[in-house]
Design a protein around this ligand. Structure first.
Ligand SMILES: [Zn+2]
Length: 140
């Protein structure tokens, strides 16, 4: 009986501590889902194309591909990779816009391509200070 009461207290305490986190994420859930699936899709395609490029290079080095084929296919993959990187950049820029509007999205990690608001250098997600200029990144 005592054990049961203790377990209930622990569960209630845990719920009380965690529930604000669940509530806060609800508001931007739809937007985040969209961004994440879009981002995931791009990252998946990027991985596939880089894999294809590696395979292509391998095939060429093994002599199973003519130089013309290698150049033609490689150019196609590189064009697609560039387009994907551009879209990834755009998604990163949109993430930064959200931050400059001051919309509170606590608990959300910085976008992969976050930039320092002071000097514009790329900053590593989760860092508190810019590695280039030492500007505080206002995340805790
Ligand atoms: Zn900076």
């Amino acid at each position: 009986m005592l054990v049961f009461a203790f377990a209930t207290a622990v569960i209630l305490a845990g719920y009380y501590v965690l529930s604000p986190l669940f509530r806060e994420s609800e508001g931007s859930l739809e937007a985040e889902l969209w961004t994440e699936t879009d981002l995931d899709r791009l990252l998946d395609r990027k991985t596939i194309i880089y894999g294809n490029l590696r395979d292509l290079e391998f095939e060429y080095k093994m002599g199973r591909l003519s130089e013309a084929d290698f150049a033609g296919l490689g150019a196609g993959y590189k064009t697609e990779a560039a387009a994907i990187l551009q879209q990834l950049d755009r998604l990163g820029a949109e993430g930064n816009l959200d931050e400059t509007t001051g919309r509170e999205v606590s608990g959300r990690k910085l976008p992969a391509a976050a930039r320092c608001p002071s000097c514009g250098a790329e900053v590593i997600a989760g860092k508190k200070f810019c590695a280039d200029c030492g500007h505080g990144l206002q995340r805790s």
